[in-house]
Write a protein that binds this ligand. Structure first.
Ligand SMILES: [Zn+2]
Length: 314
């Protein structure tokens, strides 16, 4: 009887040891998994300091409140909610990435409303003035997009993605490595069949031979020869009348919407056929609008334009 009890006790003891060992191993594994997770903290204060470039002053506001103003300025409020949610995550990631990297703007600001150096922003009053029809409906939709993605950012290998975005890609987004000369996480060239309803999807611009030559500083009968293109088809280098230009230089001098263009000589001048609007990196906003209209949700939209990125909740 004693022996049996002892046996039972021994058996129990082995089992307990196994359980304890299992718990320890699991704990170690979980500990390791937790250590591999990215660690982020919000900026010291929940508020963000925004530089208003037109008036040259700063405004301090809640981080998520700021994002409402960015989404309101950066994407047409008529787009479906899921597109606005994708834009909200992009805007939050872009801002977060800038805060982590310590970007600064005039008067000690952390962000600026100048889209040339940061992201556009409008206050509620400015939005109302620009949207006299359905102001409340549209503004609430934007607030909903920010609220329903609160704290979510795009990450890759524990770091926020450089979540660039642009108006219209024209059918294929740009490969960052082709522009910057080095790989950039999640900024790869992907096909896009959803931005066809943008006015910039394909555009034709006409110049007289004289205007074309004067803007580029070349001979009047000069023609364009593309020397190098990025993998998406955008112009990297071209020769016009014996002079070499970067695609960006031609875009800027002729006021083209993007560096994706070709040229045709017509009887009365030069025709430039352009595709897309903007740099073509990351999210195509009109594409996001098109995907949302087809029923894709914001996670599907983001994973299409930022290949390999994951959504992380702060
Ligand atoms: Zn597109």
């Amino acid at each position: 009887m004693r022996k049996r009890r002892l046996k039972v006790y021994k058996k129990k003891s082995n089992h307990s040891l196994l359980v304890i060992l299992g718990v320890v191993i699991l704990g170690l594994l979980l500990g390791r998994a937790c250590r591999d997770l990215p660690r982020f903290t919000l900026p010291e204060s929940e508020d963000i300091i925004l530089y208003r470039s037109a008036g040259r002053y700063t405004e301090q506001m809640d981080f998520e409140r700021y994002l409402v103003g960015v989404v309101a300025a950066e994407m047409p409020a008529s787009f479906d909610l899921e597109a606005l949610k994708a834009q909200a995550v992009c805007a939050r990631t872009y801002t977060y990435q800038r805060l982590l990297n310590g970007y600064t703007y005039p008067l000690g600001a952390q962000v600026s409303d100048d889209p040339g150096t940061c992201q556009a922003y409008v206050s509620k009053e400015e939005f109302a003035a620009a949207h006299p029809q359905d102001t409340v409906f549209y503004y609430q939709k934007i607030e909903q997009a920010v609220a329903e993605t609160a704290g979510e950012i795009l990450i890759f290998e524990g770091r926020p993605v450089e979540a660039l975005y642009h108006s219209t890609c024209g059918g294929q987004t740009e490969e960052a490595a082709d522009i910057w000369g080095k790989e950039a996480a999640c900024l790869h060239s992907v096909p896009c069949r959803w931005c066809g309803n943008s006015g910039y999807y394909r555009k034709e611009l006409f110049f007289s031979q004289q205007d074309f030559a004067a803007l580029l500083g070349v001979e009047a009968d000069a023609t364009l020869q593309i020397q190098e293109q990025t993998s998406s088809g955008r112009v990297k280098r071209a020769e016009i009348g014996g002079k070499e230009f970067s695609g960006e230089e031609i875009r800027s001098r002729l006021g083209l919407p993007s560096t994706w263009f070709s040229m045709e000589t017509t009887s009365d001048g030069v025709k430039l056929i352009t595709r897309g609007f903007g740099h073509g990196l990351g999210l195509c906003q009109y594409g996001a609008g098109g995907m949302a209209a087809e029923g894709y949700n914001y996670r599907e939209i983001l994973s299409h334009y930022y290949e390999g990125a994951n959504i992380y909740s702060l």
